[in-house]
Design a protein around this ligand. Sequence first.
Ligand SMILES: [Zn+2]
Length: 418
Amino acid sequence: MERPNPLSDQFNAALGWLDTRHQPMLDLTIELAEINSGSFNAAGVNRVGARLAEYAREHFGLSAEVLPVTPYQQVNPDGSISQFELGNAIRLRQRPEAPLQLFFCAHLDTVFAIDSPFQQVLWLDDDTLNGPGVTDLKGGIAVLLNALEALERSPLAERVGWELLFNPDEEIGSIGSAPLISDAATRCDLGMIYEPCFPDGNLAGERKGSGNFSIVVEGRSAHAGREHHLGRNAIRALCDMISAIDDLNGQRDGVTINPGFIEGGGALNVVPDRALGRFNIRIAHPDDEAWFLAELEAIRARISDRDGIAVKLHGGFGRKPKLLNATNLRLLELARHCGAEIGLQLDWLPTGGCCDGNNLAAAGIPNIDTLGVQGGAIHSTDEYLKVNSLVPRAKLSALILLHLAASDPTLWKKEHSC
Ligand SMILES: [Zn+2]
């Protein structure tokens, strides 16, 4: 990546401006973290969205589109389905006619329920801020917006267009916002997503795919004393089913299954006629999906064959495995190069975790999905942000954007992927 002097002047101007942005990024992170915004708190998620729409008007002169997403569905123990309204997604678009189109994604929601006592930030030391979503990923939003502003201040900005999606449901699998991500994939060449980097600063490379399933077993109730023989125990059938599914662990490289929830029965003198189980599965390769679905159906058919027992399955694979194609590797190399320019030694590592980077990769868009802040203990009340990572991470993103803007856009087009 040789670059002549005028370019390096532009890069330095952007880096210099970001040096002045520590406090505004920190203030925005704290403001957003202290908005109660668990995924199922639609009003709270919308408050975060409204604040960001206002920010977009002030800092970019853009008016945000407010886009509703499909409600979240959950299977109940009685087999019925509950719907939960979610907050809206927020979308911004800038220069859709530019030769290179970038897609940015960051989520508005956190894992912390509306009644969680964890709703405020707390300083642990000068560099460490504890708070809900400070790292996952309100700090990432501050980094993204400031890196974008650094780009917009540069004449190079004219060479790239971008689309930014704030989605409301990443922490519950982005089922509702998935169509918005695949829609953006039809317009964009590369993706940048602001999930936190690993606690040591490294980026995620390949990611496993993930599926969530619910098993609803229907048996037949009977008096446990007088007519036990007439009952068909749904709990027993569910346990056999879960054991058989759990036994698939270890049968295929990179596939793990975690039965995570069971519920069923009631009074102890009644043979239970209902039981519900839920499990999560992680897969390493796209063809693991068909293998698993065939095994699962065979187990379901076997248990369902029992007299008086019916088994229904719900759910599916919300996240496909993210593999790295040649263009994605080139993008990661660019990130490593940009990191080196500001003294960050970056590598990328495979992970079993999933995020919107999976969806984007499944739609054919190379992406880096851990461009957010450095911190740790995410999804717990110990979540912390290393606040001194805000400026370096914003610089990393800004440099990637400026290098992309200065590069030949055809390098990043789909026909160059393999
Ligand atoms: Zn996240």
